[in-house]
Every structure is written in C-alpha cells, then in structure tokens.
Ligand binder design. Structure first.
Ligand code: NAD
Length: 283
C-alpha cells in the first residue's frame, strides 16, 4: 500500500497516515510500534505524557528502517514547567525536550508539538519561542501545535516568525472541525486528526457509515480513514491489535464518491469526545 504524503509549509513531508500510541503501556509500545512499522507505517505519534517514548524508541531502533524514512512526533506536556514564562520557562521547555529525545534514543525528532495551549496562562507564546530555538538548532525538523484554536494561532502568526506546520486536533466525522480546517488552509497550516476513528466508539457503528462500507466491501474504519485522506487531513489511528493495525493501513484502492461524502457529512453531531481545549488545564 502506498500512503500519500503532504508537503508542510517548511518544505518537509509527512505521511498522511500515521500510527498513534496514546494509552499503549511502555512495555507494550515496542511490540506495537514494531508491528506498525512492519505493516508499512512510517509515521509514529507519541507524547511525553503517554509515557511510552522508551518503548517507541526501542521499536524505531530495532525496525531496520533507515531513520530518515521514519517520521517521529512527540509533544511537550503541560507540566513540563508550571512557570512557562520568561527565561525559566524557556529553559524548562528545552529540558523537557532533551528528556523526550533521550527516552526516544534519537538525535532529532521530525515534529515537536505543544500538546495543549492552556490559554488561561497566557504562556504558549513564550513556549513557542523556545520551540523556534529547537527548530533553528535542527534537533526538531518541524514545530507545530496541538489543540490550538484560531485565537492562539492568530497570536503565533502575529507575534512569531515561524508558522506551525500543523495543528493536531480532535477530528472525525462526528466532529469534522470545518471552520478550523478553513482557517488552517488559509494560513498554510496542515490539519492532523487525533481520535480519527472516534476512539472506536459510536462512530464505527453509524448505520450510514456501515452502508458506505458495505458498498465498497470495506470496514467502517477504512471508510473513515479514507475520508480523512480525501479531506486532505493527516490521520494517526491507534490500535494494538495486529489485524486492525493492518486494516487501518489498507486505505488505498478505493475512492469515496460525492454521494458517499454526503452520507459521511450527514453523521456530524458537533460533539467532542475529548475536553474543550480552551478550558483544558490538567497537569
Ligand atoms: P482512535 O480514533 O485512533 O481510536 C482508537 C481505538 O479505536 C482503539 O483503541 C480501538 O479500540 C478502536 N479501533 C482501532 N482500529 C479499529 C478498527 N480497525 N476497527 C474497530 N475498532 C478499531 O483514537 P485515539 O487513540 O484517541 O487517537 C489516535 C491517536 O491520536 C492517539 O493514539 C494519539 O497518538 C493521538 N491523540 C492525541 C491527542 C492530543 O491531545 N494531541 C489526544 C488524543 C489522541
């Protein structure tokens, strides 16, 4: 299977389908990521808070795939520092990054994301300036954000010189983020979908989606992932089950037509599975 890639605003490329490892315990991550790489995935999405950067790094080291063919994303967690302002905040971000890199056993990551904006603290711009340093140093090939709203993106566009390559947000047919995607497109920011399968819950049992899947002789998960790809979105589905890891990668060889896309658009509920990022402030 050939997975298309997307060219980001700094000229680098990211596979449009990756493998996410949230909730995979560290001692299972190596086997799971290994299975994904053997299946053909080349992009892996982890985060400091997932506490599986060690296992993820072990799989990368053991995979027998040249490092430059892999695309590794990790994220800065909220508690990286409680004080994200000024020089102290900057130093804390750099320390957190070093810790992630050491756990992964890598000398660079392809993408580093601010995990949540925590707008109530007003410190994400200071964090972003430290991200710019990491980017200039080359230890991060691209910098981006996660769970940012248009207000926070406006601030970055106005106050800094590096535009995030992408914003990773909750996105699936129940919650398609139409307005945010339009904003991204207007500013050269790619959209990456977390929980692209709606966490495998009600979304995969939607009768309208079952109908589309039946028509194409595919599973609902494959139809939903195909929808992401045809929407120009980057998707990072998670599974620890080898057969599903494979199923989720087999999203080529068919095309959703206008009728299918209309049926998928009609399942929108506007309901999130995760928290509203504008108010989210866990440590
Ligand atoms: P997902 O939408 O990828 O769903 C995963 C779940 O769906 C699995 O645990 C399994 O129960 C089920 N599933 C997977 N494949 C299936 C298949 N083929 N058939 C039936 N069921 C299937 O949800 P997710 O894990 O929340 O999101 C994917 C990734 O996104 C995460 O692993 C993580 O890397 C990232 N993420 C990021 C954030 C963020 O704040 N940036 C938040 C949540 C998730």
């Amino acid at each position: 299977s050939t997975i298309p890639s997307i060219t980001l605003n700094n000229g680098t490329r990211i596979p449009q389908l990756g493998y996410g490892v949230w909730q995979v315990p560290d001692d299972e991550a190596a086997a799971a990521v290994r299975a994904a790489i053997e299946t053909g995935y080349r992009s892996i999405d982890t985060a400091a808070i997932y506490e599986n950067e060690v296992g993820t790094g072990q799989a990368v080291a053991a995979a027998g795939v040249p490092r430059e063919e892999l695309y590794i994303t990790t994220k800065l967690w909220n508690s990286g520092t409680r004080d994200w302002s000024g020089e102290q905040g900057r130093d804390a971000v750099l320390r957190e990054f070093d810790a992630s890199l050491a756990k992964l056993g890598l000398d660079y990551v392809d993408l580093y994301l601010i995990h949540w904006p925590r707008p109530m603290h007003g410190s994400f711009l200071n964090v972003w300036k430290a991200f710019e340093e990491l980017y200039r140093d080359g230890r991060v090939k691209s910098v981006g954000v996660s769970n940012f709203g248009t207000e926070q993106l406006d601030t970055l566009l106005k106050e800094s010189s590096v535009v995030p390559v992408l914003n990773q947000v909750e996105l699936h047919p129940h919650f398609p983020q139409t307005a945010l995607r339009e904003y991204h497109a207007a500013h050269g920011i790619a959209t990456e979908a977390w929980s692209p399968l709606g966490q495998g819950k009600e979304l995969l049992a939607e009768p309208a989606l079952l109908e589309v899947a039946r028509k194409h002789g595919r599973t609902v998960a494959q139809v939903v992932l195909r929808w992401h790809l045809q929407s120009g979105v980057i998707a990072i589905p998670k599974s620890v089950t080898p057969s599903r890891i494979k199923e989720n990668f087999e999203v080529g060889g068919f095309e959703l037509d206008a009728g299918d896309l209309a049926a998928i658009a009609a399942v929108e509920t506007g309901k999130r599975l995760g928290p509203d990022p504008q108010g989210f402030d866990w440590n």
